[in-house]
Write a protein that binds this ligand. Sequence first.
Ligand code: 3HC
Length: 324
Amino acid sequence: MEAKSVGPHADDALLADFEARIADGETIEPKDWMPERYRWQLVRMMSQHAHSEVVGMLPEGNWITRAPNLRRKVGLLAKVQDEAGHGLYIYCGTETLGVSREALLDQLLAGKAKYSSIFNYPTLAWSDIGAIGWLVDGAAIVNQTMLAKASYGPYARAMVRICKEENFHKKQGYEIMCILAEGTPEQKAMAQDSLDRWWWPSLMMFGPSDKDSPNSAELTRWGVKRKSNDELRQRFVNITVAQAHAIGLEIPDPDLRHDPESGDWIFGEIDWDEFYRVIGGDGPCNRERLAARRAAHDEGAWVRAAAEAYAEKQAARYRSENAA
Ligand code: 3HC
């Protein structure tokens, strides 16, 4: 879907008014005038976000039946169910921009849509569930706390609710890592191995570096992004390094060092070849994730048909009961 550019003159006054509203910190609502490019950027970003929530259920869902006890099973069930709700919430947001969730799901199932690369990595051990909650949801919280101040009302409001649930997700993940890190040497080694495998892909969740981000300038100009990819990544690193050290785990980065002047943890170079390889479709689990998503969609066809039949029956009954 290509965005029509803003008309050379017709919309100049409208664009100026729109940008003045953004500069004044106003929220843009669905019925307000907006540049087509603003709409296009929001649909692009929000659909990637919604798809990420839905695909993100897959790596964790694999471990629901293998959770070590009932408490962990219930916590993971609740988290995975939350992610489904987050996806639906954000698809509702894209519908306010005139794009149906069916159209977006078709793009995902056709392999034409992006979702966060982090979900193309395998969950090899129970400690990965702890690492995902701690690192992946922790990164999402840093990002989404910023997006809760985005200029587009429906998206910002969705983030407020989603961040509350993400905080539970992060807490249950970090608790898993704490218990393993304080457990037997084998359990601590399992936790460290998960941190080793999930650390760098988590940093990639914030997108390419600012100099290589084709979308950030426009998203920042129009108040969707309030901080840059690199700023958010640095904030996440600063928070998370301290949490790792607090439970005796080491960050898998030999170049990591603390800068007393800025207070930042300076980290090593991200493997951008890996980043672009995975978002290009050649990650460890890209094909598996898409196949699982397609299978779930096909197996769920009867549920959609039943819901539509019930809705039609209800509508027909309402029409007959209210016929003039
Ligand atoms: N995985 C996949 N694609 C990525 C990516 C990643 N980690 N990081 C960037 N990209 C893509 C972008 O989508 C963009 O693709 P496009 O131009 O072809 O559409 C391209 O790489 C260039 O990146 P930009 O930085 O220019 O793109 P954005 O300005 O859109 O910034 C983003 C990327 C920071 C991911 C931003 O889109 C964003 O904040 N999205 C909403 C939040 C989100 O998606 N969070 C991650 C997943 S949600 C989650 O983690 C679920 C939780 O419950 C665990």
